[in-house]
Design a binder for this molecule. Structure first.
Ligand code: ADP
Ligand code: ZN
Length: 607
């Protein structure tokens, strides 16, 4: 059985090996065991049901929450030569008849449908008469009220077990919380399901966190590193989205906005333009993301702090699905905390308490200065294990802790006390740096013993240390004006019992993460660019997203191996038989032409 799965993986997808957990997940379906598969975004969940569907004799039914998701997956499967189709409200009666005909002839392997349709009386009666291999529920957390994306129509899937008592059910999600996983199994009445939970580590993502100061400039620096590549910029409010999109457009970047305040059409257009690579970058609120399967997003920027680490993991996780390096840059400010708090508005007190705790945890993540990867994994109850992190700002040494953290922290905390715990961060920083601001003079604060104690630093730096102390729990912001108060822990700092860790950006040039250089090992960049153009042209011709034709990983492997024959082309990772037949000739021709022109070697076989 495993052999057949491996053969299918190679033949249709051109992949030589399973990703972690894939084999186990596939074997469950093949042996009739219900299963819940939890893998992070980009972990390769879809293949966990797609490959078994190919090797099983009957028809597999896949439930998906969004038409756009179904469409992308069906397009991608069709490109790979796997007989797949969808039936949804956007499919014409003729197309639908055609699908039913394929089912009748037992040609179809995967059928994508909405949850409503699956449990509807007429359709489920129809399906009951067929030989179903299994039912796969994609984005299964949508069934749980505890998840972040509850969908009432998913709740109806609770009746699935009764309607299809004999059919194996698999549920797939990237949701990390234990509670939701258990809820999924319960809601679906799974029978002794295998719970397969993969590691949430995404080794190819490079995490960076910086205080926000001149945000447009900061964002431009990131995009500049990723010219012609796809990226997402998240902002907290719609207004921020519009402003950021406008500012970047003025600077000549090719971006489009996306938020819930826009018309459905405008939003859909921008999303489509992003997926088909007419535009490189989307500037969005968190309304954007679900249903975006685009595998080659090379960076995600947060221009404001997300409201929880769950959200951060989800949103940043939309980059690098193809396993290639991607950059996740988060720019935060203490003010974001207040923004989210005010956006919460009226809420059930208990829910609000939970939301605030998550927000504080997020804030601490920004300011505490420990390995970002470790912090995220620990939040989800996992550890980095023996895997090392060499791809976050802390581990790369992009930030240094200052040597005299304790003394600086004590100066700040005592200044807060001297100010009677009645002022905010900006004011406190001005006092500490010895500002001649009129307000300070009027208040007589230039006579305080702490006035000018940190005058060798600029007030931005001091203000950021105040944020760090707040994030680490030594200071607290209170009231509507975010007045600083020293906490019990903060008092211990004053006594010298604990030492906070204060950071500042390093002066050294940024080091490149190893994942970023490794993924380009041996790749002829110019050839990669040429092949990317060819891919783009093919995609436009056929009206499908470019990454559905070939992922970036496959293109890089082509530009690395530089195959001169169709046979050699089949060796490329991510090239299955159908794609080789379909596009092999044109790609090989271009590769040959390029290599001859530039006199570079062909038919390499990297290890
Ligand atoms: P998820 O649904 O978990 O976010 P996907 O199923 O979209 O992830 O897979 C992410 C990417 O990884 C896709 O481009 C997919 O083709 C690729 N992939 C999946 N399994 C493998 C594998 N065994 N080897 C190489 N690439 C894989
Ligand atoms: Zn790290």
């Amino acid at each position: 059985m495993t052999e057949r799965l491996a053969t299918a993986l190679q033949k249709y997808w051109g992949y030589g090996e399973f990703r972690p957990m894939q084999k186990e997940a596939m074997e469950c379906l093949c042996t009739g065991r219900d299963v819940v598969v939890v893998l992070p975004t980009g972990g390769g969940k879809s293949l966990c049901f797609q490959a078994p569907a190919v090797t099983s004799p009957g028809l597999a039914v896949v439930v998906s929450p969004l038409i756009s998701l179904m469409k992308d997956q069906v397009d991608a499967l069709t490109e790979c030569g796997v007989p797949a189709a969808r039936i949804d409200s956007s499919v014409s009666p003729e197309e639908r008849d055609d699908v039913l005909e394929q089912i009748r002839n037992r040609r179809l392997k995967l059928l994508y449908i909405s949850p409503e349709r699956l449990v509807s009386e007429s359709f489920s009666k129809y399906l009951q008469k067929l030989d179903l291999s299994f039912i796969a529920i994609d984005e299964a957390h949508c069934i749980s009220m505890w998840g972040h994306d509850f969908r009432p129509e998913y709740r109806q899937l609770g009746s699935l077990r009764k309607v299809f008592p004999k059919v194996t059910i698999g549920a797939y999600t990237a949701t990390a919380t234990e509670h939701v996983r258990r809820d999924i199994a319960e809601q679906l009445s799974l029978r002794d399901p295998a719970m397969l939970v993969g590691s949430f580590d995404r080794p190819n993502l490079i995490y960076k966190v910086r205080p926000r100061n001149r945000i447009v400039k900061q964002v431009c620096e990131v995009i500049d590193r990723h010219r012609d590549e796809s990226g997402i910029i998240y902002c907290i409010r719609r207004r921020d989205v519009d402003e950021m999109a406008a500012a970047l457009t003025v600077k000549g970047f090719c971006v489009a906005p996306y938020h819930a305040g826009m018309s459905d059409e405008a939003r859909k257009k921008n999303q489509d333009d992003f997926v088909t690579e007419k535009i490189d970058t989307i500037v969005a609120t968190i309304a954007f993301g679900m249903g975006i399967d685009k595998s080659n997003v090379r960076y995600v920027i947060h221009a404001g702090m997300p409201k929880s680490l769950e959200h951060y993991q989800q949103e940043s996780g939309r980059s690098g699905r193809d396993g290639l390096e991607a950059e996740c840059c988060l720019f935060y400010s203490g003010g974001d905390y207040g923004t989210w708090k005010s956006l919460m508005g009226e809420m059930d007190p208990q829910a609000k308490e939970i939301a605030l705790a998550k927000l504080s945890r997020m804030y601490r993540y920004c300011t505490e200065g420990v390995c970002r990867r470790k912090a995220i994994l620990e939040y989800f109850g996992q550890s980095l294990g023996k895997n090392e992190c060499s791809a976050c700002d802390i581990c790369l040494g992009d930030v240094d802790s200052i040597e005299d953290s304790l003394i600086v922290a004590q100066k700040i905390l005592s200044c807060v006390l001297r100010l009677g715990q009645r002022f905010g961060g900006a004011y406190t920083a001005m006092v500490l740096t010895g500002s001649r601001d009129q307000r300070i003079l009027d208040n007589g604060h230039d006579t305080l013993s702490t006035y000018g104690l940190l005058s060798e630093h600029d007030s931005h730096a001091v203000q950021n240390w105040i944020e760090q102390l707040t994030g680490q729990g030594f200071l607290e912001k209170t009231g509507d004006y975010n007045v600083l108060v020293v906490t019990t822990e903060g008092r211990r700092v004053l006594k010298g019992e604990v030492t906070p860790r204060l950071l500042r950006p390093t002066q050294k040039p940024e080091r490149k993460a190893k994942v970023a250089t490794d993924a380009w090992q041996g790749v002829d960049r110019r050839l990669f660019e040429t092949l990317r153009m060819v891919r783009g042209a093919l995609a436009r011709e056929r009206g499908i997203p470019a990454f559905v034709i070939f992922g970036d990983a496959a293109l890089r492997d082509m530009a690395r191996r530089r195959p001169s024959t169709l046979q050699a082309f089949l060796e490329v990772k991510g090239v299955g038989q159908t794609k080789a037949r379909q596009y092999g000739r044109i790609m090989v021709e271009r590769i040959r032409a390029h290599c001859i022109e530039h006199a570079i070697e062909m038919d390499l076989s990297p290890l």
